[in-house]
Design a protein around this ligand. Structure first.
Ligand code: 5GP
Ligand code: ZN
Length: 142
């Protein structure tokens, strides 16, 4: 499935050129044009899915193994000391291109750790209430 208006469909399928580091029948992995660090890569499925909620689970099952392979190559090939795997769903989560993609961001000693948040103090009652709302949506009755 492709979306004619989608730039990542065009990049993933080679219609628009990109700096590609890996390709197989399901994915193309490219370097991000606005990198968070040297080697910041994007895993692009060749099929169009808006986000993780819409994606085929048979395809998404392949993403973590591939992210691990790319991350290992960043460590070996670029001297990265770690890497983040980041995936944004929805504009409120920072998604700007609405074709499922996974960021693999190499990290270097003394570099910034950019995936961070300020932890709040959790309230036990509030946690239970929140959990029951999620479980209801998951149709879990226990
Ligand atoms: P999002 O914020 O949707 O999770 O991430 C979109 C990412 O795609 C951004 O990091 C942005 O720099 C990158 N990007 C957007 N357009 C292009 C493009 O045409 N080519 C490449 N290589 N990266 C792009
Ligand atoms: Zn697309």
């Amino acid at each position: 499935m492709k979306d004619e208006a989608c730039i990542f469909c065009k990049i993933a399928n080679g219609v628009i050129p990109s700096t590609t580091v890996y390709e197989d029948e399901d994915f193309r992995v490219i370097l991000d044009l606005g990198p968070a660090s040297r080697g910041h890569a994007l895993i692009l499925p060749k099929s169009h899915f808006r986000d993780l909620c819409e994606a085929d689970p048979l395809l998404t099952a392949k993403i973590f193994p591939l992210a691990g392979k790319i991350g290992a190559a960043m460590k070996q090939g670029l001297g990265a000391s770690g890497f983040n795997v980041v995936q944004n769903n929805g504009a409120s989560a920072g998604q700007t291109v609405f074709h499922l993609h996974i960021h693999v961001i190499p990290r270097y000693e003394d570099g910034p750790a950019m995936v961070s948040w300020t932890p709040e103090k959790a309230d036990t009652e509030e946690l239970a209430k929140t959990a029951s709302m999620i479980k209801k949506a998951l149709k879990i009755t226990r």
